[in-house]
Design a protein around this ligand. Structure first.
Ligand SMILES: [Zn+2]
Length: 182
């Protein structure tokens, strides 16, 4: 396995719409190795998720996982999940604002509105169809990663940039603020 290089804000690959992966290719050893490399890269950098175009490969694959993550100390756990060709359909008009960060926007945080409930349709890493309802933090991460695959970054989703903050200033001024929204 390998740690992959993560594209940062400004790299054009982050703005490319990823192409769907041919379902016939999901079990291809090269694709499986790439998914393993994405998981290893996400874990190496303590990300809650990683989309393929963040590692310079614009195909519709994303991985997510949260286990007692130091970058998201209050976040609920999410088991390792692989999204292939995800389609996210909001099931509510309700949106909740909360902090997000991104490995492609290093050392920054901002408050981002997301739908609190959505239908997720995709393939898993064995190529099996998945059709589930995701809620709250899981729904947030799924929306963040699926946005990546459409060339959208969390900063695009912020209602305004007044909460965009560097990590050190976030720890100093913002940590614990807005807890009532959690
Ligand atoms: Zn991201």
């Amino acid at each position: 396995m390998a740690i992959l290089k993560v594209a940062r804000l400004g790299h054009p690959v982050l703005r490319h719409k990823a192409v769907a992966l041919d379902p016939e290719l999901v079990r291809d050893p090269g694709v499986q190795r790439f998914i393993d490399d994405m998981v290893e890269t996400m874990r190496e950098y303590d990300g809650a998720g990683l989309a393929a175009n963040q590692v310079h490969t614009p195909v519709q694959i994303a991985v997510l996982e949260v286990h007692a993550n130091s970058r998201y100390p209050d976040a609920p756990e999410i088991p390792l999940t692989v999204l292939i060709n995800p389609v996210v359909t909001p099931l509510t008009e309700e949106m909740e604002e909360d902090w997000e960060g991104c490995l492609s926007v290093p050392d920054m945080r901002g408050r981002v509105p997301r739908y609190t409930s959505a239908r997720l349709e995709c393939l898993d890493r064995e190529g099996n169809p998945v059709d589930i309802v995701v809620k709250d933090f899981f729904a947030r991460v799924v929306q963040h990663e699926t946005d990546h695959l459409h060339g959208i970054l969390y900063v695009d989703r912020m209602r305004d940039l007044s909460t965009l903050t560097h990590l050190a200033e976030w720890n100093k001024y913002w940590l614990g603020v807005h807890e009532q929204d959690d």
